[in-house]
Design a protein around this ligand. Sequence first.
Ligand code: ADP
Ligand code: MG
Length: 392
Amino acid sequence: MSKKTVRDIALAGQRVLMRADFNVPLQAGVITDDTRIRAALPTIQYILAQGASLVLMSHLGRPKGKVKPELSLKPVAQRLSELLGQPVKLAPESVGDEIEAVAAALKPGAVLLLENTRFHAGDKKNDPEYARQLAQLGEIFVNDAFGTAHRAHASTVGVTEYLPAVSGFLIEKEIEFLGRATGNPERPYIVLLGGAKVSGKIGVINNLLGKADKILIGGGMANTFFKAQGLEVGDSLVENDALETASALVAEAGDKLVLPVDVVVADAFANDATYKTVAINKVAPGWRILDIGEATIAAYQKILKTARTVVWNGPLGVFELANFAKSTFTIAKSLAELDAVTIIGGGDSAAAVKIAGVKTQMSHVSTGGGASLAYLEGQALPGLEALDELVN
Ligand code: ADP
Ligand code: MG
């Protein structure tokens, strides 16, 4: 990445406007997972240590341009204050004269958090006037919101029209690791792909097919490949309008694309359903595939053992149901033992490695679901593109 980072700009005495991704899960006003807040801490602490004051902004949930009190960033301000060990004041708004006065009065080392930027329709519309108002609140713009880097919004892209714009450490780290996946990874390079649907991952397969040594398929998306090969899939989740694409991919990929040889089938989509493991040509009508089988797990483990780089996106079974979580958690634990760079992309996959208790043993677990997928598809991320170029 030839983009400037917070390291490439003088921050002392400056007022920094930073876009973070504080879009955390909430249950009845309580944060159930503060990973995204913690992920922003290195950049926040660096900025403050340089003697700058800090105005933070983020969206939370989908308020659709209206003020929704239940989507206030108040719980985030509180949690952030605890994590930083200093007060974090929540502004009642994200723009306006009053907020400008509060921001202008900030002393070096002080932190202000703006209220949810998506309370304004102008954020998602990348409205230049809303972007200009946000830009009034700082002298330097830092983007560390990897989770929204695939969106051109006022708070991610619009503001860069008005201020010097650099990335934070989280975006830098995400690009460093995801960049290996799409760039020049150490070989053998194995991609593990699962998840519910093949349609959402076709872009990833197309982009990584030329780069990976093997692409191992699991999850619901495998079903569409099975059906495309004329196999019986019973009541499994299948995308009938993706059958041709699946056939074309198999033809193009040859033995680079590896499909399961056995699967766990159930008589209903429920944890208390009757289930059994069968060879892939023994799926009977009325049954549905909810996990990959033990022979496949063993085959995939064997291939993974040779890897120097692994990218994993998409659970290999319905891991939310204990009886169909085996392959996902077993493979997660296998990845933890590899002597390889292990990169996890996708919201559910990140959740799976966390539940498996091996998150800290991965080289990188992306904080951005949609953004990591877009990056793996080879798309340019507008939030990254808009940042200032590093000139040597
Ligand atoms: P990620 O968020 O990591 O990109 P996806 O959103 O693509 O992953 O897919 C995750 C979902 O895929 C999970 O909810 C999981 O239950 C589902 N899934 C995995 N295997 C199957 C299957 N065989 N049948 C139906 N759904 C599946
Ligand atoms: Mg998902």
